[in-house]
Design a protein around this ligand. Sequence first.
Ligand SMILES: Cc1cc2nc3c(=O)[nH]c(=O)nc-3n(C[C@H](O)[C@H](O)[C@H](O)COP(=O)(O)OP(=O)(O)OC[C@H]3O[C@@H](n4cnc5c(N)ncnc54)[C@H](O)[C@@H]3O)c2cc1C
Length: 438
Amino acid sequence: MAWNVLILGGGFGGLYAARKLERELPHAAAKITIVSDVNFMLYTPLLPGAAAGTLEPRHVVVPLREHLHRADLLLGQVTGADPDRNEVHVTTAEGDEKRVRYDHVIVALGSISRAMPIPGLKEHAVGLKTLSDAIALRNHIVQTLERAESVEDEAARRALLTYVFVGAGYAGLEGLAELQDFAADVVDLYPRSRVQGLRFILVEARERVMPEISAELAEFATAELRRRGVEVRTSTTVERISADSVELSDGELVPCRTVAWTAGVRPHPVVERLGLPLERTGRIVVDRFCQVEGRSNVWAIGDAAAVPDPARPGQPTPPTCQHALRQGRTVAGNVAAALGAGRPKPFRYKTLGVFVDMGHRKAVAETVGIKWRGFPAWFLARTYHLAMMPGIKRQIRLVVDWTVDLAFGRDTSELGQLGHPPELEMHPAGQAADTVSR
Ligand SMILES: Cc1cc2nc3c(=O)[nH]c(=O)nc-3n(C[C@H](O)[C@H](O)[C@H](O)COP(=O)(O)OP(=O)(O)OC[C@H]3O[C@@H](n4cnc5c(N)ncnc54)[C@H](O)[C@@H]3O)c2cc1C
């Protein structure tokens, strides 16, 4: 009888684990199933590009079924688990509650935006973590430009044209840089807004932006943002958010209608309902083989797991896709070894580099100790992501999008109604409308 190997989550960790398991385990030996709430993997490093309209949103996702050869996809929401019974609880896309049995399970459920107990945050801020966040943010920025054109009151217009980003890790900084680039690009189409000017503020609690990269490159990125007119406020926190303002820890009350929250991530909340040991930040406790403490058939990887970092003893690996996808390959080899194919290996990886795309054909990058900035870094970042994007079809689509952007600039259509069709209206006479109109 074939072994049941279940993978929870079809993101970086889950997809790469499934692909390696397909190669490692003989065909008849195991049934591999990914349980995911969406049928694609989101290539997050390109999310700011989708938010800024450089890339078509569908081109920054990888459809799982196109990349799985014999693994199954079960579309549904993981809601809990009973590891003593080797069962995972799933609500399928059809709404059925299922208990799915496994011989081995790999948890790769990723993370969500880490919200903090700041008054008004939940009600008035938007994250930049999912594709819908990215599209909502872009649409919102276009809407503020449109609304600013029709507003007579100058103070109200200024608030509409002020954008506050909170959190200056590389994801936040890239998001701000790309969206500022987008807004600066399209503002010429909005005469009143162009005269008024746009205000972008980046708020960061720590002393400097992007602790993930060297201080020298972070300084370059800060200088570049300031050159573009972005106000970079380090050692500053947000105290309160309302529908039309943000209060900062230095006492300033900034009138604004847009707050993007990019201040870090935390494991997906369902991880707490899996009956597994968690460490202080809520990540699942695993050893360097990605095996969960005290469970020989439960494994965890990626943002949801605290995999010991070989490059920084005593600390877990940072939540990056570079780590998640390599942990996916490592764990697949270890599950295969547990089923008799090969030998287990610990997770070993030292970050090869970091790329931060800043729009405006500029980036900063650090690769194997070499620092890059400006256009060469931007070119390198694009080449790297092109090489990393799975599948030639997606790679070609990216090249086409980037080329079109270089040649024609960005589009300002705001298609927020996409996917939300209006309800069909019943004709008052109660008859079929077409009969009446004929
Ligand atoms: C804007 C942004 C930019 C980034 N840029 C970079 C970068 O340049 N370089 C880098 O290395 N890293 C980057 N990252 C970090 C990187 O995206 C994550 O570290 C990586 O995606 C983690 O992989 P994962 O497999 O753990 O989780 P994910 O890739 O998030 O996959 C988790 C999967 O689980 C699914 N899921 C979640 N909950 C459930 C549930 N209850 N039931 C079923 N399925 C569920 C999700 O839909 C998702 O498909 C960026 C992140 C963001 C947000």
